[in-house]
Write a protein of this length. Structure first.
Length: 448
């Protein structure tokens, strides 16, 4: 029996609304006890618009590993982004929604042979490499591949350094690998780098672009006459209060200096930039206990237990080195006091916040966590039997008018009204008024 995958329904919001108000509405319906996300599609669209405004020459290829939520991927595909895939499954996901193979780069420098064969079968020809053994593997399984050499150029500080695992030395190793690829009869068409996920240094992009320019010349001299792609990787911030304005200025300047020829295609691999701020997590306090402070016997410390933890959404605390912030959904006016926040499992490692300050919370109160769309859902597991949070997508009515017309999205995915019941119950409460008519001017500005 074939299992038919259900479309994710997108709640169309009419009139003024906020993510916090919507979470409060869902919670107050009395049917929600499990943790859940509210995903704002408008945030994704706004960030795409901002990217194109600040770096019109750089094509975003979304890093699917950051968050493989099919609706997020579909929305980005509808807007026109490309995709950075690292595995067979990610390529399957992206091609299943109709994305053309030439909008995908297989950007894993250490690929499994079966994944290379799959990429070849579906027409994904562009892929990265950074070693001699990878060249030999590609020569055996996909000699017609269009190769991009990945070099190492690390930011002085990054949330997740990647150079310790991937990227050849641009001075000592890369020239030799370019010559070897030519000997093997393989086509190298470009250079890529990744300064580190969540990089806090901007000048590193200028250094890496300069190194790439030098390798374009080396590649041309050893026989790779079709060097035409520069992949500047990821590392772009994605939090609500962050901006890519400074880093975009550095990148634009470096491109003008080293790659003024517009025949070179420039792509990037943003992940958290598109995903992080679009997702807000809501989790409920289901238990608490008072403990005596180790430093002072007269002070107490409250341990709050919530229904999501480090084996679920907050794996980002362990693996992505994120610093999450808990906000009470409702302000009860009490003075913030020392406390800690713990996940629901029976593992002592399951600590979300070892030390913070929150107002006094009762069992049944809710906490919200913003900027939770990056490196959370893809790694979450139902360890100890606790469910992975569901995602409730929402979009402003004016923006919905145009998004529903863009493939691979479809009009059937957009539901008028505010869904406040549990998705498992399959019920909803209608909005208090009809959706407002389309306003083309608003949408045109958002999608330029």
């Amino acid at each position: 029996m074939k299992v038919v995958e259900e479309e994710q329904l997108i709640t169309v919001m009419d009139g003024p609304w906020s993510t916090t108000d919507l979470i409060r509405e869902i919670v107050e319906s009395g049917t929600q006890e499990d943790p859940f996300y509210v995903m704002d599609l408008g945030e994704v669209v706004a960030r795409y618009h901002r990217w194109k405004e600040l770096m019109p020459r750089v094509e975003p290829f979304y890093a699917v590993k950051c968050n493989d939520d099919k609706l997020l991927v579909s929305t980005l595909a509808a807007l026109g982004t490309g995709f950075d895939c690292a595995s067979k499954a990610e390529i399957e996901l992206v091609t299943s929604i109709g994305v053309a193979p030439d909008r995908i780069i297989f950007a894993n420098p250490a690929k499994m042979a079966s994944h290379i064969r799959f990429a070849s079968a579906v027409g994904v020809d562009v892929m990265t490499f950074d070693s001699e053994t990878e060249l030999m593997k590609i020569k055996q399984y996909m000699p017609h591949a269009q190769l991009v050499i990945r070099i190492r150029c690390d930011a002085a500080s990054a949330q997740c350094p990647l150079g310790i695992k991937f990227g050849c030395d641009p001075v000592t190793e890369a020239p030799r690998l370019l010559k070897l690829a030519a000997v093997f009869g393989l086509d190298v068409i470009g250079v890529s780098f990744h300064v580190g996920s969540g990089a806090s240094e901007t000048d590193v992009y200028a250094r890496a672009i300069a190194l790439s320019r030098a390798l374009f010349l080396v590649g041309h001299n050893v026989g790779h006459k079709a060097m035409r792609i520069l992949d500047i990787g990821g590392g772009f911030p994605g939090g609500t209060h962050t901006s890519i304005q400074e880093v975009s200025a550095v990148i634009n300047s470096a491109l003008e200096e080293h790659f003024p020829d517009r025949s070179v295609r420039v792509i990037a691999e943003p992940g958290r930039y598109f995903a992080a701020a679009a997702y807000t997590l809501a989790a409920m306090v289901h238990a608490k206990r008072e403990v005596t402070s180790k430093e002072c016997a007269d002070e107490t410390h409250t341990m709050y237990f919530i229904n999501d933890g480090v084996y679920g959404s907050f794996n980002c605390v362990l693996y992505d080195h994120q610093h999450v912030v808990a906000e009470p959904l409702n302000d009860n006016g009490s003075v913030p006091a020392p406390c800690s926040v713990w996940g629901p499992t029976c593992d002592g490692l399951d600590c979300v916040l070892p030390a913070t300050r929150l107002p006094s919370l009762a069992i049944g109160d809710w906490l919200i966590f913003r900027d939770m769309g990056a490196y959370t859902l893809p790694v979450a597991s139902p360890f100890n039997g606790f469910p992975v949070p569901t995602v409730r997508p929402v979009v402003d009515a004016r923006l919905a008018c145009i998004l529903k017309e863009l493939r691979p999205l479809s009009a059937s995915q957009f539901a008028a009204g505010r869904v406040v019941e549990s998705p498992a119950l399959g019920t909803s409460r209608p909005a208090s008024r009809a959706a407002s008519p389309c306003r083309a001017v608003f949408v045109e500005c958002a999608l330029k």
